[in-house]
Structure formats: C-alpha cells, structure tokens
Design a protein around this ligand. Structure first.
Ligand code: ZN
Length: 134
C-alpha cells in the first residue's frame, strides 16, 4: 500500500495528482488496476478533463450552486454539511486500469483530489492489484 499526501490551499479545490499516481506504479507491475481511496469525509476523488482548467472551475462552481454552504435544513454542529454532501457526490474511490506500466486514462482525463472543506493536509491510499513480474 502506498500513500499520497496532498496539501490543499482553499475551501473548495480540485487537485490533479495523476503524475504522482503514475510515479508510484511499481516497475514489476505487469497489468491490473490501480485503486485509490480518499480517507476523508469532506473530500472525494473524481476523474475528469485535464486540458481546460475552466472545467475544474465550472464543476466547483456548479457544485456550490447545487449544494450551498449555508442551508437551513443542515443540523450537523460542525457546520460543514455541504462539504460532506459534495464529497459523497464525488465518491471516495476510483479504479483505473494499468497496462505496460501506465495508467490507462483517456487522453483528456486526469484524476483529481476534490477538497470541499480546506485548507487541510489530506491523504490518499493507493494499491496496485493484478499481475506482477516474477
Ligand atoms: Zn463535519
């Protein structure tokens, strides 16, 4: 099991950690899947466009419209229910096929850590499951 530490810098943010993830693929890993897991309740993981940064902006802006920070129905005393909900909407894990030492992402795909209650120090667990060279 590997771990990626991510320092977030604002309340809501999408951080591309595709390169860090690629760098963890073991030389001996032949083929299989990379499983990544976010160990937090107010941050999640998603895969989306890595070309136009406006896509990240738009996803975060729309998420804020769907789930505003303040909502009179929220009871959670910590005051960050919006962050909990956005994290659940994104999900807490992703699975990416790996072949010939590379993540099999599409040309325009990157994997993002989605912060919804930053800034914080976060961590993502990484496992490579499949066939290894002897
Ligand atoms: Zn909370």
């Amino acid at each position: 099991m590997d771990k990626i530490n991510i320092r977030t810098n604002s309340r809501s943010e999408m951080i591309d950690f595709t390169r860090q993830l690629s760098n963890l693929i073991p030389k001996s890993f032949k083929s299989g899947v990379c499983h990544v897991f976010c160990r937090h309740t107010t941050a999640g993981l998603t895969i989306n466009e890595n070309a136009d940064p406006a896509v990240r902006h738009d996803l975060l802006a729309a998420a804020e419209q769907f789930v505003p920070w303040n909502n009179p129905v929220f009871r959670h005393l910590e005051g960050n229910s919006a962050a909990h909900l956005k994290a659940s909407l994104m999900g807490f894990s992703q699975t990416i096929p790996v072949e010939a030492g590379r993540l099999c992402l599409g040309t325009w795909q990157g994997i993002y850590f989605c912060e919804f209650d930053g800034p914080r120090n976060r961590e993502v667990l990484v496992q490579f499951i499949g066939d290894y060279h002897a």
